[in-house]
Ligand binder design. Sequence first.
Ligand SMILES: [Zn+2]
Length: 280
Amino acid sequence: MAVSRRRVLAAVAGGALMGVQAPWQPVPRAERAPSDAREGAAPVPAHVSRDEIVARYEGVEPSAWGMEVPGVITALPDDRPLLALTFDACGSTGGCGYDAGLIDFLRANRVPATLFVNARWIDANPDRFEELAGDPLFEIGNHGTAHRPLSVSGRSAYGIAGTRDAGEVYDEVEANAAKLTGLLGRRPRFFRSGTAHYDDVAARIAADLGQLLAGFTVNGDAGATLTSAQVRAEVAAAPSGAIVLGHMNHPGGGTADGIAAAVPSLLAAGHRFVRLSDLS
Ligand SMILES: [Zn+2]
């Protein structure tokens, strides 16, 4: 827990130093407007144009790269025994599957989760998306337009080429944010890039667009490559305040069975599951 808290504070401090809005803007449940009750509104509306972003960041060189750059939230800002399960739907060839076993388990056990959905996954699964978006058990997050690492210099991660400049960062974040806004009737609050990699300048651009960057504390399925026993071991060891990263687009992997095996022990240990916007 102490480590988690330090990580959050470091992210907040780093954001302030970089001129980025503090990444976490909790809204007490009692103060939320009815329209915000399910997900919470994005803290900053994206009234910034592509041209403004390009001009604002022209010539600004990144100085950090990775999964924990300033502005990336890597744990919940809460001292209570809360856990946030997050599952990515990445899209593209081989990445447009739907893990019905995982979603069915979450529903059957009333385990809330935040689902990070890529634009291509939505296009491949329009009915599934509508069904998930309409289920109050789930919060929908933005997993990018083309699933690219978020960079202003074209850095890559896991062999996936990143965005090459500020304009492409804008496109990667904003095109799917706009798509989701149209589909959900409200702007998504959280963003996670493809591969969860960022440079610090790209992270600032995402903040300018009103997106909170959802990192993770526990890599629960290593890109849906782990066996169910490995997923169970990783997730069952999650500390209080952890954000757990998994995938909902690989039904043949070990994620669903591993999560199903880990959740009962986490509940028995007194943990409670929340969506990222829940702070009740
Ligand atoms: Zn992904």
